[in-house]
Ligand binder design. Structure first.
Ligand SMILES: Cc1ncc(COP(=O)(O)O)c(CN[C@@H]2CONC2=O)c1O
Length: 411
């Protein structure tokens, strides 16, 4: 039995019909669904242990604090960070990346410095750097993509220089699903004295991530992309950088002492966590990590690669369908962008929804990439650990039926 069939009954939401057809949920790159184990862990916390953290001297406060900090330790182990001081809870990837651009960027980047990005970045890993470049009169330098949408490493090394202060890249891109060689990029970036900021939103759900092995300086991801709740994410940062960085938000929790006209800050990681944190979200994220760890990231990656090896060639073989990104299935980490020639992606997605199949349509917060692809928008199917062969069979049938419907009016 494949993983998807084995684990599907952990996800109550998947057992519904849409337009009288079994739901086939293939929008996991937007957000994943939560297993009962995550839902139950959050409910248990709220029903038994909820209180505000780090301040109460009463029993519930102690239990809530213990649960919250145990969640942080669980994240540390999951990404193999050296210390919990390096694991900051945020609202999600977008907040994490903004914190780096504002706090690290403002102290490290000066006029004339280079910030290297790729055309394939999500807006969350592009717009914060645009704002930093404007604030500091720094240069945004875009690394070319090759003909199949991979990062052009030759162009990267050409543009990398002693002026490079920051390299900001996705580990896995959210439209093409390309896996960027982060470990090599980190090594090359450090050789010129730069730091590497990695957008891990689309990689953490699909593969094991070891931030020490990758030797990245910052790594950002979201709970809701990895079978956890929304509203909780993580910023990993090397302790040496976080110690130098000023807080981005100010108030309770993050202070050591508040005088009338100045204040001192709490130690890491709390220096960056102003106000009451999302305890339930952190506990839900920790339960998601336990769930993924029980299955094993290698097992998940193998499952999704097997499905991709089946579905990508079948989609590529449909006449009148354009599939974007690398030709090889092994270079797609769970994501396929495609169009049916001559049919607007929104019409395709609507027609597929009529057949119970949920795919994304639009620019996917990657408008520079749409320009590079020379399209306004694409459709996107994205797999999860619960995706089954039956899901993909229904997906392929829906693409074919949608094409025929728009060509001759029958579905
Ligand atoms: C590569 C990447 N980076 C950052 C983000 C932002 O994450 P948060 O919204 O959790 O801060 C996303 C979200 N993915 C978008 C959301 O919907 N569809 C997508 O592809 C993403 O895919």
């Amino acid at each position: 039995m494949m993983l998807g069939d084995k684990r599907r009954n952990d996800f109550p939401i998947l057992y519904q019909t849409v337009n009288d057809e079994p739901l086939v949920y293939l929008d996991n790159a937007a957000t994943t669904q939560k297993p009962r184990q995550v839902l139950e862990a959050m409910s248990y916390y709220d029903e038994h242990d909820h209180a505000n953290v780090h301040r109460g001297v009463h029993t519930l406060g102690a239990r809530a604090t213990e649960a919250y900090e145990a969640a942080r330790e669980n994240v540390r182990q999951f990404i193999h960070a050296h210390s919990t001081k390096e694991v900051l809870f945020t609202r999600g990837t977008t907040t994490s990346l903004n914190w780096v651009a504002q706090s690290y960027g403002d102290v490290a980047v000066e006029a004339g410095d280079d910030i290297l990005l790729s055309y394939a970045e999500h807006h969350a890993n592009l717009v914060p750097w645009q704002q930093l470049a404007k604030r500091k009169q720094a240069n945004l330098v875009y690394i070319d993509l090759d003909e199949e949408g991979r990062l052009d490493m030759t162009d990267f090394q050409t543009k990398l220089s002693s002026k490079t202060k920051i390299v900001a890249l996705a580990h896995v891109t959210n439209v093409l699903g390309t896996i960027q060689p982060i470990k090599e990029i980190a090594r090359l970036t450090h050789e010129v004295g730069g730091v590497i900021v990695v957008d891990g939103a689309q990689s953490v759900p699909h593969m094991a991530v070891d931030v020490q092995d990758l030797d990245v300086d910052f790594y950002a991801f979201s709970g809701h992309k990895m079978y956890g709740p929304t509203g909780i994410g993580v910023l990993y940062g090397k302790e040496k950088w976080l110690e130098q960085m000023s807080p981005v938000e100010f108030g309770g929790e993050m202070i050591e002492f508040v005088h009338l006209y100045n204040s001192t800050w709490a130690d890491l990681p709390w220096k960056f966590e102003a106000g009451t944190p999302n305890m339930t979200g952190a506990i839900g994220l920790s339960a998601a990590i336990d769930y993924l760890t029980t299955i094993g990231m290698t097992t998940i990656m193998q499952h999704e690669q097997a499905l991709m090896a089946d579905v990508l060639p079948r989609l590529q073989a449909i006449e009148g369908v354009t599939v974007f990104g690398p030709t090889s299935p092994s270079e797609h980490a769970g994501v396929i962008a495609f169009n049916i020639d001559g049919i607007h992606p929104h019409d395709v997605a609507t027609a597929m929804d009529m057949q119970g199949v949920a795919v994304r349509a639009g620019h996917h917060c990657a408008q520079p990439l749409m320009k590079w692809l020379d399209v306004q928008a694409t459709n996107r199917a994205s797999l999860g650990l619960y995706t089954t062969q039956a899901d993909l069979n229904q997906f392929i049938q829906a693409v074919i039926a949608t094409k025929e419907f728009f060509q001759n009016g029958t579905i």
